[in-house]
Design a protein around this ligand. Sequence first.
Ligand code: LLP
Length: 416
Amino acid sequence: MHEFNFKDRRLYCENVPVDRIVKEFKTPLYVYSYATFVGHFLKLQKAFKDIDPLICYSVKANSNLSVLKALVDKGAGLDIVSGGELFRALQVGCPPERIVYASVGKTEVEIEAAIKKGILFFNVESLPELENINRIAARLGKCTRVALRINPDVEPRTHHYITTGKLTNKFGIDFQTAGKIILESGRLSHVRIKGIHIHIGSQITIGAPFVEAIRKVIAFIRKLKAAGISIEYLNIGGGLGIIYKNERPQTAQQYADKVLPILKKSGLRIIMEPGRFIIGSAAILVTRVLYVKKTPLKKFVIVDAGMNDLIRPALYSAHHEIVPLTFSPGAKEKVDIVGPICESGDFLAKERVLPAMKEGDLLAVMCAGAYGFSMASNYNSRKRAAEVLVKNKAVKLIRRRENNDDLVRNEFIVET
Ligand code: LLP
């Protein structure tokens, strides 16, 4: 569900016509609906209220400070993967005890900063990383809480680029190795293994892989208990899918119905890390038609947003619905919607049937909130888009459009 709807043939974000927003802020433009992403967070909270989990929104999905602040204000924690995301989390006043930190490649500087701030958990992905955290914590005279990220080897049935819980993936630690690490962790006196973490992939539309992975780790935690080792927290990761085209993903309630009974019985404190579920459908990318180009074989609609603004179609062949801002009942045609970048992979849609378009028309790329702006780049020296947040009738700029100075800010011209 989202708050982008047509009223009198005009696309609205909440109670503001999108074309009016574009008049002020130009294109390409990311437009976010506050009610949509906060609503998704609250739905998840409600579905799991029996166990009151800590819902750590996954910053990588969309790291705009205003998005983070709105969610933190509602009680969310944050799931981070770098020192930069730690900085963002602290900027919006997220209490460190609501921050969890995953990543297979945490650096010394990043680990030190997170230990000093006293985050809730490092989600540790290898023995060398655990030893490193222990060494750094010892140097700082601290003892830090960690969760081991388990790779449960389950098939999430999603795109192979976003599958993370198979043994062929770089993530997590297999059960056998994890058991050994935990049993021998007494020698690491500056870390306490208090949690188990899993994250099996992204855009998962069915419940079965989650259930399978959770069952596997709970059985593992039981075995540890029998060996006298007590684990307090289970972090079940993110990964909930959304509707891009015709998927029929589980709702928050359906997800809860499947996993809640198992989680409840475990008696563990639960953490989850949804990203896409919260922010995915809460934004559109608005773009303007620059040219319509006919070739002997095809018709291309060339727009002012490219793969640098939204890379998902190029990278994963991801489908995003595209709609004109003004509904048109006229004739339809099959077109490729492409950006201005010098790559054939620079497309937003291929062979899409849309109303006939002309220069200057405005289009909305739907469900662009997750991994949209956060994966944007300056490729082709293109300035990254502006972002605005709509809440009911109010429209606020939450990131200004980049300018030429932004593009060269960190560069030096040296004599050669
Ligand atoms: N936790 C961990 C440890 C993760 O690696 C991720 C996402 C999440 C949570 C949040 O997953 P979500 O709830 O958003 O599915 N760029 C790709 C998605 C990459 C996901 C990376 N990890 C895309 O555009 O589809």
